[in-house]
Design a protein around this ligand. Sequence first.
Ligand code: SAM
Length: 232
Amino acid sequence: MSEVPNEYGRLYIVSTPIGNLEDMTLRALRVLSQVDLIAAEDTRHTGVMLQQYEVNNQLTSYHDHNKEKKAPRLISFLKSGKNVAMVSDAGTPGISDPAFYLVRAAVKEGIEVVPVPGPSAFLAALVVSGLPTDRFVFEGYLPQKQSKRLKKLESLKEEERTIIFYESRHRLKQVIEDILETFGDRQTVLARELTKKFEEVRRGKTSEILTHVSSKGLRGEVVILVAGKPKR
Ligand code: SAM
């Protein structure tokens, strides 16, 4: 039995495509049309996306820079019986974006949080990588500062599971160099622009991936996957 007072609304965590509009689920479209409010990381970006599905609904911004101010307002709205959908710029809210903060506040207040699953870049990258999928660790973004990044990588050196990182293309070359320096030359996969026109999944040793990255100014969004330390 649910202990949530039934006068409260629900918070839906709605996944949206990571590049290909066909990846939106039917349920996500229904929920996004029916809720009282959609909290979006970037209202303009989400507005443009929703127009393509002919979904018209009210949007409000919720992002890293306003989450502390915005979360209590959204919680009050939910407590007044209204339903809210949370979407991020792409993929599954809460995976390397600020949805976690709102979910935690909602859980604390006894508000029901409902998943509407769909795409996430790390999972799409993992399943096509060819690296073991039975056990893996998702590390999200590595620290921007190189000294902290090297320290973090050092702490992952003995990890035997497949390791997944998100990265911005601006730091890509430097990060691959740091991975090579810390982990040695392991099997590595660069999954770029998944589900989009210029999708590329490049597999090889870290040194080969580094050569590829260095020879081309690669554009777009990337996931880096590195094989875990070989078992003895
Ligand atoms: N919540 C999102 C998810 O579920 O994947 C991730 C948000 S995070 C702010 C954005 C990062 O996800 C990018 O820097 C990149 O590492 C990765 N990413 C997002 N879309 C991608 C795509 N189409 N191809 C490859 N990586 C992608």
